[in-house]
Design a binder for this molecule. Structure first.
Ligand code: SF4
Ligand code: SF4
Length: 96
């Protein structure tokens, strides 16, 4: 990470770069991880639209669930709660 400058060190009229959550991999915050059960999945993508961390990867051409992005998934369990087919199970991290 780059050192943050104080306001006194900034040049007059300086432009600050916007932050990006892509730099902060939050997957290590997780105590539980979502596990997909493909045989139950109907690819409704309710999980994808509900995930607050955009941690579900879909095939946008086929409109299908692909996988979880565990680099950013915090294990909140919203996807499992919203799934109408119980195709996502929350497992204790390190259990499988
Ligand atoms: S919400 Fe459940 S059934 Fe729908 S795409 Fe996600 S895992 Fe599959
Ligand atoms: S557990 Fe939470 S952060 Fe992880 S994929 Fe599901 S909704 Fe997204």
């Amino acid at each position: 990470m780059t050192k943050k400058l104080s306001w006194k060190e900034l040049k007059v009229g300086d432009i600050l770069e916007g932050g990006s959550s892509l730099e902060f991999k939050t997957g290590n915050w997780r105590s539980k991880r979502p596990v997909h059960i493909p045989e139950k999945c109907i690819h409704c993508l309710f999980c994808w639209i509900s995930c607050p961390d955009n941690a579900i990867i879909v095939d946008s051409e086929k409109g299908k669930f692909v996988k979880f992005n565990y680099d950013y998934c915090k294990g909140c369990g919203i996807c499992a709660y919203e799934c109408p087919k119980k195709a996502i199970e929350m497992k204790q991290e390190g259990e499988q």
